[in-house]
Design a binder for this molecule. Structure first.
Ligand SMILES: Cc1cc2nc3c(=O)[nH]c(=O)nc-3n(C[C@H](O)[C@H](O)[C@H](O)COP(=O)(O)OP(=O)(O)OC[C@H]3O[C@@H](n4cnc5c(N)ncnc54)[C@H](O)[C@@H]3O)c2cc1C
Length: 443
């Protein structure tokens, strides 16, 4: 599998991940352009939610000639591989952290920004004939062991100031919904919902195409230089020049795409299995309804949801290196974790899962993304730390505004560059040590 810290670029013509979404979704994607234009006002690199939303905003609201170049097919990266949890927020910082670092007023402004992201997501849902196959019912953050309850409750005490609709579920109330030995209490976030990520990608791509964005597939950016005041990108489909370039390649960004962002993100593999459809007895035994999205309190979190056809999607961290991503032991590891959550699924977890796939998420050193200009005429948004389904909807708007010289709201995401990792060559070693420690702590 492509590895951003090893390979020059992720394409062209790589097949889509063999995901449940790709196998089961009837999807209507716009026809890409066969030809790469020589010039554009703005070039967007990457056709996930970030790139598509940015391109849409630049074309629709700012009347720009936009060409979006994608290394493979539209939505090849995380945006068609994720678990489809639409949750408030991004990164790994919760409201308690934000309150401590930036105070109450800014934390409220952050919450309002998350709400804007939800509004944009609802708009994309309305533009999709299948309504993104939404499953509404909220998201449960569960304490996976008794010792995690107190910290989760303290999170809830701060959270309810900013999200008053959230509810605390004690052990009995949690067990009534999730029959698992690893569910000791929970916070319920009612606004969250599950969706089909591939349909979301297609919905935004259709809108971008309709707004005049030129979408070019199988055009990986392989080299980048300057001619006069313009940027010139060398892609698998030829060269293109523009005064402005948006880097929306996120966790898939090749290590040496542009020197200004080198060493500022850690690409981390996130992996998912999808089981066969559960039997009626299995469903009754675990209690999980198709309306629940569940994530636990581990440092290396596990998350799961029951899909509309009764299969269980279960995800967590995967391998460290791309070349190991497809090794069966990582799918087995997720099956074992699923069995730990639901011993009643012993039979199901002794069989290989029907689907297993992985994708690269971008982790920021200080746990939250940035939208900023790392060099003259270059703009980027990255570092969502695996939580981008909702936030990328507003990130695209903010990135377009930044590129067009507008002032962004005074929020931490928009105020500073992504910090550089110390000794970036050793990011993987640091990640390995972190994984060992986190697994040992969460046993
Ligand atoms: C298994 C998994 C589960 C997840 N589950 C959730 C979830 O439930 N909820 C949630 O909020 N988030 C989740 N995420 C994270 C979420 O999917 C991402 O945050 C989001 O999709 C990022 O979108 P993006 O557009 O920024 O990047 P991507 O969708 O990754 O798009 C980047 C694109 O850039 C392209 N690219 C890279 N380099 C080049 C180049 N040199 N030239 C041209 N193109 C290039 C790539 O081909 C890729 O298509 C999950 C991620 C994974 C992998």
């Amino acid at each position: 599998m492509y590895d951003p810290l090893v390979d020059n670029c992720p394409g062209p013509a790589q097949p889509h991940a063999r995901s449940y979404w790709q196998a089961t979704t009837q999807v209507d994607l716009p026809t890409p352009s066969a030809i790469l234009p020589e010039r554009a006002d703005c070039i967007v690199i990457g056709s996930g939610y970030t790139g598509l939303n940015t391109a849409l905003e630049l074309a629709q609201r700012f009347d720009q000639h936009v060409t979006l170049v994608e290394a493979n097919r539209i939505g090849w990266g995380c945006s068609t591989r994720n678990a489809g949890f639409a949750m408030p927020g991004t990164g790994r910082r919760g409201y308690a952290d934000w309150q401590k670092y930036v105070g109450d007023e800014v934390t409220r402004a952050i919450q309002a920004e998350y709400q804007r992201a939800f509004e944009k997501l609802e708009h994309h849902l309305q533009q999709c004939p299948q309504q993104l196959q939404v499953q509404r019912g909220g998201y449960l953050k569960i304490a996976h062991q008794p010792s995690a309850v107190e910290a989760l409750h303290s999170t809830y005490e701060t959270l309810k100031k900013y999200e008053p609709d959230t509810r605390w579920l004690d052990a009995d109330a949690t067990q009534a919904r999730i029959h698992s030995p690893q569910a000791h209490a929970a916070i319920h976030y009612p606004q969250s919902f599950g969706l089909n990520p591939l349909l979301l990608t297609a919905s935004i791509a259709r809108q971008a195409s309709k707004a005049g964005v030129t979408l070019v597939e199988n055009a990986p950016v392989q080299r980048w230089d300057q001619v006069g005041g313009a940027h010139r990108l060398h892609t698998g489909k030829g060269r293109i020049c523009a005064p402005k370039v948006i880097i929306a390649s996120n966790g898939y960004t090749p290590n040496h795409l542009h020197p200004s962002i080198h060493g500022r993100s850690l690409p981390v593999l996130s992996s998912v299995i999808v089981t066969r459809p559960l039997t009626a007895d299995e469903r009754q035994a675990i209690g999980v309804a198709t309306t629940e999205l569940v994530m636990d309190t581990r440092t290396l979190k596990y998350y799961y949801r029951l899909l509309p056809d009764g299969r269980l999607l279960f995800g967590g961290r995967g391998a460290i290196r791309g070349k190991d991503a497809q090794h069966p032991r990582y799918a087995r590891h997720l099956l074992q974790a699923l069995r730990g959550s639901f011993p009643a699924l012993r039979q199901l977890t002794s069989e290989p899962a029907d689907y297993y796939w992985s994708g690269w998420v971008s982790v920021a050193l200080d746990d939250y993304p940035r939208i900023y200009s790392p060099a003259e005429g270059v703009y980027t948004s990255m570092g969502y730390c695996g939580a981008g389904v909702t936030f990328t909807q507003i990130a695209g708007q903010r990135l377009a505004e930044l590129a067009m010289g507008e002032e962004l709201p005074p929020l931490p995401f928009y105020q500073s560059p992504l910090p550089r990792f110390p000794l970036p060559h050793f990011r993987r070693l640091g990640q390995w040590a972190f994984y060992q420690l986190a697994r040992w702590r969460s046993l």
